[in-house]
Design a protein. Structure first.
Lengths: 233, 270
């Protein structure tokens, strides 16, 4: 909705700008954590994986700070209409971004468990899946900062690709395990990695739905979801 | 279906069934001399509902409120066009008894304005002149009942003979509400009823509005957006004499449909 621009109380605009910057920063860290965790997985880089795990603390701290800012914004400015929607969305988004960080951390923690053995074919799919999920996180945070409902909607559509990847990887790993039971441990870890990335896609979608609602006041209608591979099997 | 005057206002959805409509305004314009203060306003106010009017100073919301019990009649230069109905009856019809109308459509003002008389007399005055009580004991009952409904009884029951003006501001306002409900009105108009009160007294007035809603149609003008959001079920936004948007309060404050409404309630106005 077109509005007359800034608030009469300029400090209100500054509060919102700072909040957006903070959430944007969190999004950047989360996105980077996914990239980095996946790179570590590919290259068996244990040192860097430890760093990914350690860096997750930064996200936790930023989440606490952002939450405090939202609470203060609500208390001091009594936001209404789109401001209110944005404040509530921000509160939920910071929680979700923190969760995305946790998934990246979980992936990084699995890196040492993949030691030994040969290449697992599903790995290349996993890399691509991770790239798309990280991109979704990047774009949805952009959409949030720009209050761009259309951009948010496009992110939602891309979650289908992530889900499809998950289904493929699930089947590939299952086949792989049946062929070689010795690989069950490593394959199961990779399955969890895939599940983590699939969850990241879902979370990016949730953020997109909130961004859409904050920007327009309308809810994105429930999109039809593909059958979950775990249910299909 | 009656011939409603088309109004450009955005009304999110029809609010009331025919039976619920207490007051109905159609194409109402108010002029002060040559100046048009209210421009073609049409809206319905429901019984057992609180309707809030919001908008910047000079937007016509108080002027419009005052047309609802013909309070503008007292201003020589004011002229009202259009139709306002109370239970389907045209209140500007020449046959309308204005004194009776104002008993049915009571009013509470921004500044508490008790009569310089005893607390008892403030409340008893209306019922007495309207002949609502047949004797002292019945009048006593009305006074007690009204003060109780206004949430003031416990504080004043032992000093009913003291002057109404000796009460605190918040108590005075509740006395004025007791005075308004003593004549058993159907509609209560409130023009910024809590803006001169401290937060505790304001909370009491809001609680009172909440309780009174079960019996009356209440129409309230307020500058306090949170207050409008808290006490009302329907909210009308006025701007430059026009009704811009009228809808469910929850919708207006979370997802207004008109940019001008949004700009105003989010503090981006002007």
């Amino acid at each position: 909705m077109a509005t007359a621009g800034g608030h009469t109380v300029k400090a209100f605009d500054e509060d919102i700008a700072q909040l957006r910057a903070l959430i944007s920063q969190m999004g950047g860290l989360a996105e980077n954590a996914i990239h980095e965790a996946m790179r570590c997985l590919n290259h068996r880089d244990y040192e860097a994986a430890l760093q990914v795990v350690a860096d997750d603390k930064k996200l936790d701290l930023l989440e606490t700070e952002a939450e405090g800012r939202v609470v203060q914004l609500i208390a001091l400015r009594a936001p209404m209409a789109d401001d209110l929607r944005e404040a509530v969305a921000a509160l939920k988004i910071v929680g979700i971004v923190e969760r995305i960080g946790d998934y990246a951390k979980n992936i990084a923690k699995r890196v040492p468990a993949l030691e030994g053995g040969g290449q697992i074919e599903a790995m290349s799919l996993l890399t691509e899946m991770g790239r798309i999920a990280a991109e979704m996180v990047h774009d949805v945070l952009d959409a949030y900062v720009e209050r761009d409902a259309e951009k948010a909607r496009v992110v939602v559509e891309r979650d289908r690709a992530v889900d499809d990847f998950y289904d493929s990887i699930f089947r590939a790993l299952l086949t792989f395990m049946m062929e070689d039971p010795a690989e069950i441990t490593r394959s199961t870890h990779l399955l969890f990695v895939a599940k983590n990335i699939e969850r990241v896609g879902d979370h990016a979608t949730n953020i997109a739905e909130m961004v859409y609602f904050a920007a327009t006041g309308e809810r994105l209608t429930d999109r039809p979801r593909g059958a979950d591979a775990t249910e299909a099997e | 279906m009656d011939t409603d005057i088309v109004n450009p206002v955005v009304e999110t959805k029809p609010a009331f069934t025919a039976a619920e409509i207490k007051m109905r305004a159609r194409g109402v314009c108010v002029y002060y001399g040559d100046k048009k203060a209210v421009d073609n306003v049409s809206l319905d106010m429901g019984t057992e509902h609180v309707t809030a009017f919001i908008g910047p100073s000079g937007c016509g919301k108080s002027t419009f409120l005052r047309t609802l019990n013909r309070m503008n009649d007292t201003i020589a230069s004011a002229r009202v066009e259009g139709r306002i109905e109370l239970d389907g009856e045209d209140i500007y019809d020449p046959s309308m008894d204005v004194v009776q109308l104002r008993a049915r459509v009571g009013m509470v003002f921004q500044k508490p304005n008790p009569f310089p008389k005893s607390i008892y007399e403030n409340v008893a005055y209306g019922p007495r002149i309207h002949g609502l009580a047949r004797g002292k004991s019945e009048l006593d009952e009305i006074v007690e009942g009204s003060l109780k409904r206004a949430g003031l009884w416990e504080e004043v029951k032992d000093r009913l003979t003291e002057s109404g003006t000796a009460l605190s501001g918040g108590q005075q306002q509740r006395l004025c509400i007791a005075r308004a409900i003593a004549v058993d009105p159907e509609v209560i108009l409130m023009d910024e009823p809590a803006s001169a009160l401290d937060p505790i007294a304001t909370a009491r007035i809001e609680e009172l509005i909440h309780e009174l809603r079960g019996r009356y149609a209440i129409v309230i003008v307020t500058h306090n957006m949170q207050q409008a959001a808290r006490v009302s079920q329907r909210t009308a936004f006025f701007h430059l004499g026009e009704l811009i948007e009228y809808g469910d309060t929850s919708e207006i404050f979370t997802n207004p449909k008109v940019p001008r409404t949004q700009d105003y309630i989010t503090g981006r106005y002007g």
